[in-house]
Design a protein around this ligand. Structure first.
Ligand code: NAI
Length: 359
């Protein structure tokens, strides 16, 4: 039997090991020697229902770095699920990638056991670095998992739904803020051509947008140049590119002290989680006349998909319609910002928090 060591922190966290979690309901560090698993499962808030949020698998320099990521991402899930009207709270898992993890199937089975140990308080799915195949391994140990394709039934990889939500959100923002009836001729600078960024480019290109693109992977950039007639931009220049819209679809914290004073687009709207390094960076964008559509509002398409899959209902058409409602929330956000005069990030935060209540 694998050895599972667990450090549990409830409510106020142990300040030496699991910092920054004072607002979280529960944060667990789980180690499994046999598979090399080192995972942090953060349950931020379960007022609306069990904590739902994906599992990220990547390298972290330090354990504290992984914990900080899990805490920030799980809090974002609480806001996202509440604004999307889902009957779920917010949670997230991160698995720290290391060299001892030679058997991927065994690693995700061990992660599945860790999820099962939470007794349904946390439900997992794909996130950056994890796949449908990984979730199948997780499913061998727990039923608290989603994002798994099944023959002839709705479900699986959430990325196309995330891209659809970001696309309709950008269209709504451009229509309202730039007073255009279509996206034809709108310029969009896309940072990151991964699962979401690529699918977003496909939709934007179909709608007649001109695209500026970047990725650390040169092959993806070349493919986007060929497929979408996109213009390649160096990674360091994408956010400050002159364009109508900048769409961060790679990393978090890209809207920071270094970038916010230099952004030239009218709108920032993309898929990446936790784009603002600090809330004050959103204030600065607002003061400069840049409209930032908060990530947790516009990138909810994926969690809507995996949540509906988990609840056992839904067809492709009904989920696409539900994801399409993100456009209405962007409209409402713009209205609320106009009425209150406050920055969109703060307006969306207050709006989401007002919806965190028992259902
Ligand atoms: P992915 O891992 O498939 O793609 C990320 C891409 O960004 C990769 O091609 C990578 O090479 C590129 N990249 C990384 N650093 C970069 C940099 N500094 N400059 C330019 N490109 C860079 O990830 P995915 O699934 O497309 O997700 C993208 C973002 O959207 C992530 O922040 C993720 O948390 C967020 N997100 C994804 C959802 C989904 O359904 N996949 C749902 C909600 C949010």
């Amino acid at each position: 039997m694998p050895h599972i060591a667990t450090a549990v922190s409830k409510n106020a966290c142990d300040p030496t090991s699991l910092q920054l979690g004072a607002t979280h309901e529960q944060v667990r560090l789980i180690l499994d020697e046999e598979s090399g698993l080192e995972t942090i499962i953060a349950v931020h808030n379960t007022m609306r229902g069990p904590a739902f949020g994906g599992c990220r698998y990547q390298r972290y320099q330090t354990r504290q770095g992984a914990i900080t990521d899990a805490l920030r991402l799980s809090e974002g899930m609480t806001l996202k699920n509440a604004l999307a009207g889902l009957p779920f709270g917010g949670g997230k898992a991160v698995i720290r990638r290391n060299r001892r993890q030679t058997d991927r199937a065994r690693l995700f089975q061990a992660f599945g056991r860790a999820v099962e140990e939470q007794g349904g308080a946390y439900i997992t799915a794909e996130d950056v670095g994890t796949t449908d195949a990984d979730m199948r391994e997780v499913q061998k140990a727990t039923s608290h998992v989603s994002g798994i394709s099944r023959d002839g039934r709705f479900g699986g990889n959430p990325s196309p739904k995330t891209a659809h939500g970001v696309f309709v959100g950008i269209r709504a923002a451009v229509t309202k803020l730039l007073r255009r009836s279509t996206l034809e001729g709108t310029s969009v600078a896309v940072q990151g051509l991964g699962a979401v960024g690529w699918a977003l480019c496909a939709r934007l290109s179909e709608a007649g947008c001109s695209l500026f693109v970047t990725d650390l992977d040169e092959q993806r950039v070349i493919a986007a140049q060929e497929q979408f007639r996109a213009t390649a931009v160096r990674p360091g220049d994408i956010l400050t590119r002159e364009a109508d819209v900048v769409a961060p679809c790679a990393l978090g914290a890209v809207l920071n002290g270094h970038s916010v004073t230099r952004i030239r687009a009218s709108i920032v709207a993309g898929a990446a989680n936790n784009q603002l390094s600090m809330l004050e960076d959103g204030d600065q964008l607002h003061a400069r006349g840049v409209f930032y559509v908060p990530d947790f509002l516009i990138n909810a398409g994926g969690v809507i998909s995996v949540a509906r899959e988990h609840l056992g209902a839904s067809s492709e058409a009904s989920v696409m319609a539900e994801v399409g409602q993100i456009a209405g929330r962007v409209d409402e956000l713009i209205q609320r910002v106009r009425t209150s005069g406050k920055p969109p990030a703060r307006v969306a935060l207050d709006w989401a928090r007002s919806r965190i209540a028992r259902l």
